[in-house]
Design a binder for this molecule. Structure first.
Ligand code: NZQ
Ligand code: ZN
Length: 385
């Protein structure tokens, strides 16, 4: 196992009816900015629960954060933050809203000339406004991690700082009942691939991390399709298991002390930036190709994945690995997400643009050993055609 430091201070308030705890989690003398997206929270009763819980607080609102939040939209929040001396952000929504709040929080106290440098030049965040989160879409883990992804002019860039990790998060599985099938699928697949990116590398004998990861993968394989099936889609236990899996998949626990890959995500971000494809749907296209192209480098872990996650015990090593990759693709198909570039009407002519963007963004040495060059990324995208 590798050395690591692990600290996750986000307080999780899990379960039905927990939104009301925000009245106690946010100090009464705080000046709160409630930030949200395009309005789904008004249709499903979440907004009303939040407003009721904030009845004793002074608060203002900033809405309109779009999926794959943009720099231009997020910077508009700075006016109200200055005008009203806001000192606490409450993000209510999916990963885009929580990520957006993180950038708003860091930009508000940024001392450099241009807050875009936090992303473009990876300038360190030294101060940020405190953040609380009410999560409405289980997927990203953003509610209890320090990561954020922001887009500007087709450039989708991540930054990370412990200072933007939410102080608390509310996870009420019942608020996920209003999600469309598309967003349910996206969430399950994103959480699955977060787990894979921290698991499917090379072994360092991290038994705890491996078995936690295998448990999360099996839970998502079991529960994901139930959240789409008419007979079980309203089942709150299914929703609860998916919600907790998604948080655990990217709250730092399973990735501590083990190598991590993230090539699927970095290639996927270019697909979203260039073509607007939903985040999770870029990953379901790229991951099977990464597994195929990196079969030799990931051989030991692919075999472990085949045996422990898919219970494949028959056939030689190659046959078991191939079957595990096929079952992964079938799982994505059952979750109704694409597994090929051709499924989203992209072809070989589109690969040059993606490779240029990877180069422009410095994504030239990806993977757990930083050995996925641009040429190998091209091979991966070609395999995904
Ligand atoms: O904007 P509203 O009206 O709220 O609608 C949203 C949005 O249209 C809707 N939605 C959310 N909760 C709902 C709901 N609709 C009905 N009922 C509910 N309960 O769903 C749509 C998509 O929301 P979004 O927040 O964009 O989805 P997601 O949570 O998948 O977040 C995706 C973003 O997170 C980033 C992605 O790159 C992408 O920008 N990521 C963040 C990560 C992190 N912070 O660690 C890691 C991830 O790998 C990912 O990169
Ligand atoms: Zn993701």
């Amino acid at each position: 196992m590798l050395n690591f430091n692990f600290q996750n201070p986000t307080k999780i308030n899990f379960g039905e009816g927990q939104i009301k705890v925000i009245s106690k989690e946010i100090p009464l003398d705080a000046k709160v900015l409630l930030v949200y997206g395009g309005g789904s929270i008004k249709g499903n009763g979440v907004y009303k629960q939040v407003i009721d819980a904030l009845s004793e607080h002074t608060f203002f609102e900033f809405s309109g954060i779009e999926p794959n939040p943009t720099y231009d939209t997020l910077m508009k929040a700075q006016e109200i933050i200055k005008a009203e001396n806001i000192d606490y952000l409450l993000a209510v929504g999916g990963g885009s809203v929580v990520d957006g709040a993180k950038f708003i929080a860091a930009a508000a106290l940024y001392e450099g000339d241009d807050a875009w440098d936090i992303l473009a030049k990876q300038q360190a965040v030294t101060k940020a406004l405190p953040i609380g989160a009410v999560l409405t879409l289980p997927a990203t883990g953003s509610e209890s991690n320090g990561n954020s992804v922001v887009t500007r002019d087709g450039n989708k860039l991540p930054f990370s700082s412990p200072l933007v990790r939410p102080l608390f998060a509310v996870l009420d599985p019942s608020v996920t009942l209003s999600l469309s099938d598309r967003q349910i699928s996206n969430g399950v697949v994103d959480a699955f691939i977060h787990t894979i990116e921290q698991y499917l590398t090379y072994s360092v004998n991290g038994k705890v991390q491996d078995r936690f990861s295998e448990g999360l993968l099996q839970t998502l394989i079991e529960e994901g399709p139930k959240a789409l099936a008419p007979a079980t889609k309203e089942n709150l236990e299914v929703r609860a298991n998916i919600m907790w899996s998604a948080t655990m998949a990217l709250n730092g626990l399973i990735g501590a002390g083990v190598p991590q890959d993230w090539s699927t995500h970095m290639i996927g971000h270019e697909l979203t930036g260039a073509f607007g494809i939903d985040h999770a749907r870029t990953l379901s296209i790229v991951l099977p190709a990464v597994m195929k192209v990196r079969k030799e480098q990931k051989r030991e872990k692919l075999l472990q994945y085949a045996t422990r996650v898919w219970q494949i015990t028959e056939g030689d090593d190659n046959a078991r690995i191939d079957k595990a990759i096929r079952l992964t693709e079938e799982f994505f198909e059952a979750m109704q997400v694409p597994t090929r570039l051709s499924d989203v009407n992209l072809g070989s002519n589109d690969i040059d643009l993606l490779i240029n963007r990877l180069e422009q963004h410095g994504m030239t040495a990806l993977g757990e050993k930083s050995d996925i060059t641009l040429a190998i990324s091209r091979e991966i995208l070609t395999k995904a055609l």
